[in-house]
Design a protein around this ligand. Sequence first.
Ligand code: SF4
Length: 110
Amino acid sequence: MYLGRLAEVAPTRVLFEAPKHPYTQLLLAALPQLDTRGRDKSPITGEIPSPLDPPSGCTFHPRCPHANERCKAEKPELSAQPDGSQVACHAVQERRIPVLFHPVAPSART
Ligand code: SF4
């Protein structure tokens, strides 16, 4: 959820193993880890916009590394993905960004 809108809905395991929305990917990349070698310490740039005056189109576009002109003008709706998740992102719908795969440790699986 970002600025009051659903960005991605998925079963827990799917969300953590293969996050699709750029905001989800950046949030997971920001999780603290003991081994920080080669990691960007602040992967989400910029400030959170005011929910009273949200950005046009996709509200995440000022901070998204995959934003384009469509993102600035058109609000993305949730769309069903083959793995059962739903994602509100033009780049995911257009297959412009890769799905990152992060295997979840067996002990963390539900
Ligand atoms: S719709 Fe555009 S700005 Fe919004 S998350 Fe997707 S790529 Fe980024």
